[in-house]
Design a binder for this molecule. Structure first.
Ligand SMILES: [Zn+2]
Length: 517
């Protein structure tokens, strides 16, 4: 077989079998029939020729086969997640994938994923591996390559021009449609991710708030526990009038519920560094976040506050790089582990930590595994399985909407218990400290509405379920604060609120952003 033919066949395979999500989404905007049929046909030709063009650019005697195989294998994974969970593989998603650890990846593996890998990845790759390609001399191959590049460019041009009006609206008004193309969009996203993330030379972290000082130092010491939640959408909390009781323990406490709080992003890797950063959602980028100190650093500059980050999620996403950090995902540190280590384990030994320097202000950040999907059934112990039947698989689309909700809500019951334990721990210090707890989830979660699952959609496309997050505060008897629970807040407020809670005076503090002032 010639190289050109192999590339053409592979491109046809991609167009037909790896772009189900793309055509499915396009059909919603341009349903079959009339002129749309012509549009769809021309769109298929455009995608097909563009893939040939792309592969031809990268082709050579030594690269063609490995590149086609890598594309097939990766696209079999992206096809699975795009078809089943309706996710989009953009640069933020690439960041999530890069930062995902082994346990999280294992959570995703199931028979259906393996079938995708086999049928769309390994089997066609095997044929490509076995096929013998008749290569001509360097000159002949170069000539052929130029020929197919020019020919595909010509076809692309003719297709675009013959339906120019359609393509103008397709690219301008329906921008998200192309996010579903395979392999083109994930290739673009990797490039985008690299451009946004990697920088030549050493990363220099810009210090901020070096002038930070604690005022009112003669008061009682402050003890604040900040809980970073995972994938908790606001509308599934009974604190927010959800029809089911998902906060049976917290409702007994004097909780100030922040019912309108929006997240900075739709994924852990974006939201967690953003919520601790000085940048607002509109200004935040990964690069800016990682190269500027965050609110923990500013608190640290006061030299008056003990800071500890305990993590039962993947990690602090770069937030706790310069403050004490403890990994609680392992049974070496976490004493409450069964199938997996529980959030509750992060509370063990905190009394000793607090007692050790009880005259100083203390901030403890607890990063939960919370409602991390898709295996919600692993996030709680049997005791919390109150809503049944539950979804026992990580293939969410196989489960009924009801069982997905049940499983997700059971995991919420565990978080309700965990947070009530945090409050119980804090109450012990009510006479010696000014105590408070802040809880904020990093992002929400889609549970099958409109075929959407999990999270991570680009913010402008994301439903409320992914951006309106669970959040509330709790204060000790002697430490009550004024706060308007009906006001619209966002992750942007956290930076200034934490500084305000510790009475930190610094040029980077903005009083109007502090939720408690
Ligand atoms: Zn998350």
């Amino acid at each position: 077989m010639t190289q050109t033919r192999l590339i053409t066949i592979t491109a046809l395979f991609f167009t037909l079998f790896d772009n189900y999500a793309f055509f499915n989404t396009v059909l919603k905007v341009y349903p079959f029939g009339g002129i749309n049929t012509l549009y769809l046909l021309s769109l298929s030709i455009l995608l097909f020729t563009f893939i040939i063009f792309l592969f031809s650019l990268l082709s050579s005697k030594y690269t063609t086969k490995p590149i086609l195989i890598i594309m097939l294998i990766i696209s079999s994974f992206t096809s699975y997640f795009m078809n089943c969970y309706h996710v989009i593989i953009d640069s933020n998603m690439i960041r999530n994938i890069v930062q995902t650890d082994m346990a999280e990846s294992l959570d995703l593996i199931n028979i259906k994923l393996i079938t995708y890998l086999l049928v769309l990845g390994i089997i066609p790759s095997y044929f490509i591996y076995k096929i013998e390609i008749n290569y001509g001399s360097f000159k002949v191959e170069l000539f052929k390559k130029i020929k197919s590049i020019l020919l595909t460019l010509l076809i692309i041009l003719i297709t675009l021009l013959s339906f120019s009006k359609f393509y103008t609206s397709f690219f301008r008004e329906h921008k998200p449609l192309r996010y579903y193309t395979n392999p083109t969009y994930w290739i673009y996203s990797i490039g985008d991710y690299i451009a946004k993330t990697l920088k030549s030379g050493k990363l220099i972290v810009q210090p901020i708030g070096l002038d930070a000082k604690v005022e009112n130092i003669k008061e009682q010491p402050k003890l604040v526990i900040m809980v970073v939640g995972e994938a908790v959408r606001a509308d599934h909390l009974s604190l927010n009038n959800y029809s089911r009781e998902t906060n049976p323990l917290l409702k007994k406490e004097h909780i100030i519920n922040l019912q309108h709080l929006s997240s900075c992003g739709t994924s852990t890797a974006h939201s967690v560094p953003c919520m601790f950063s000085i940048y607002n959602r509109d200004d935040y980028s990964y690069k800016k976040g990682i190269s500027t100190e965050n609110v923990l650093d500013v608190l640290h500059h006061t030299n008056a506050i003990n800071i500890l980050w305990r993590d039962n999620n993947s990690n602090s996403k770069g937030v706790a790089l310069r403050v004490p950090y403890e990994d609680y995902k392992t049974s070496k540190t976490n004493t409450i582990c069964d199938d997996e280590c529980r959030d509750e384990g992060m509370l063990v030994g905190l009394d000793d930590y607090i007692e050790k320097e009880k005259d100083r202000d203390t901030l403890i950040v607890l990063h939960q595994i919370g409602n991390h999907g898709p295996a919600y059934n692993k996030r709680y112990t049997k005791k919390f399985e109150k809503f049944t039947p539950v979804c026992q698989t990580n293939q969410l689309e196989e489960c009924s909407q009801e069982s997905i909700n049940n499983t997700y809500d059971n995991a919420l019951l565990y978080t309700d218990y965990f947070l009530s334990e945090v409050i119980k721990l804090l109450k012990k210090y009510d006479s010696s400290h000014k105590i408070s707890m802040i809880y904020m989830s990093d992002h929400g979660e889609s549970l099958g509405e409109h075929g959407l699952y999990l999270h991570g959609l680009p913010y402008f496309m994301a439903p409320d379920a992914q951006t309106h997050v669970g959040a509330f505060v709790w204060f000790g008897e002697k430490n009550q604060k004024n706060i308007n629970p009906n006001k619209e807040y966002s992750h942007d407020n956290l930076f200034h609120t934490l500084l305000g809670l510790f009475d930190v005076k610094t040029e980077v503090y903005k009083r109007e952003m502090d939720m408690f002032r």
